[in-house]
Design a protein. Structure first.
Length: 276
């Protein structure tokens, strides 16, 4: 199983927590790849933090055929799909904020293509889907795949000129990489291969989601959103992650313009990263 995540300087702490959780909890043979989406000098500086983990560090030099958008949110979308050109086989995308919470065979996520089907009801997504459908000569789906972990089936790209991906993904509209992938898959594929009722990842952004951590047994990975949580809730999050045997402490930070606290690996307390 190829496990793939994209990180950048401001997400370093979360990526280190993820790397430790993979080392601690992922039970099946895997190849773990971390793509540092930064300029070369920053990549070299961040690379050293991952030396203790069994992983392969990738940079933009490993995908030389592409011109990367200046906006990081756009470039990470391109990278997620362009990695099919690097792997030449299936891979599982892990957002950098995700960490595993129990012994996990990541093959459980094989074929999921995300953990939820989202109705295409937002105007910006509707426009993007219409354009992608025209470009790919595919029917417009009624839903798109979303959430992580997100499984990429390489054979879906068999009839796609991967070199045209960059031109197809971006334009005078809001790009959505998972909407593009969903159009490419088609609803027949989604209905046959995807089970939206299987959800192994817990998204914690509310007190209600905090309340089910101890009672919902099905999740194998999770993530917290500090910008949507109170300091008291982040204290609970810190206690929970420490109970997993992953040592973290709270670190004051500004997250999406909101003063809060993030989880910081104890062994990396000198890392000066303050924004998520």
């Amino acid at each position: 199983m190829n496990l793939f995540t994209i990180t950048y300087e401001e997400d370093l702490e979360r990526s280190l927590i993820q790397a430790e959780s993979i080392q601690k909890f992922v039970t099946n043979p895997n190849n773990y790849y971390i793509f540092i989406n930064e300029a070369d000098d920053v990549c070299e500086r961040l690379r050293r933090h991952f030396k203790q983990f069994k992983c392969t560090i990738l940079t933009r030099a490993d995908l030389p055929a592409y011109t990367y958008p200046s906006h990081g949110w756009d470039s990470q979308q391109l990278i997620k799909l362009a990695m099919v050109d690097y792997f030449k086989e299936d891979y599982l995308i892990l957002d950098s904020k995700i960490f595993f919470t129990k012994p996990t065979d990541t093959n459980m996520f094989k074929g999921l293509g995300g953990n939820s089907l989202v109705p295409i009801d937002r105007d910006d997504i509707k426009k993007s889907v219409q354009i992608y459908s025209n470009i790919l000569n595919k029917p417009e789906p009624t839903h798109y795949l979303s959430m992580w972990p997100f499984y990429i089936d390489a054979k879906v790209f068999d009839n796609i000129d991967i070199n045209s991906l960059q031109n197809d993904l971006f334009g005078a509209f809001t790009p959505f990489e998972y909407a593009y992938y969903s159009v490419l898959c088609g609803e027949d594929y989604i209905n046959t291969n995807i089970d939206p009722n299987i959800n192994g990842c817990l998204r914690v952004t509310t007190q209600k989601q905090f309340d089910i951590i101890d009672t919902w047994t099905d999740f194998h990975c999770m993530f917290f959103k500090p910008d949507l949580l109170s300091i008291e809730q982040m204290e609970i999050a810190c206690e929970y992650v420490n109970s997993l045997g992953i040592k973290v402490q709270l670190k004051q930070a500004v997250c999406r313009g909101i003063e809060t606290f993030i989880l910081n690996p104890v062994d990396n307390t000198k890392i000066d990263v303050t924004i998520i």
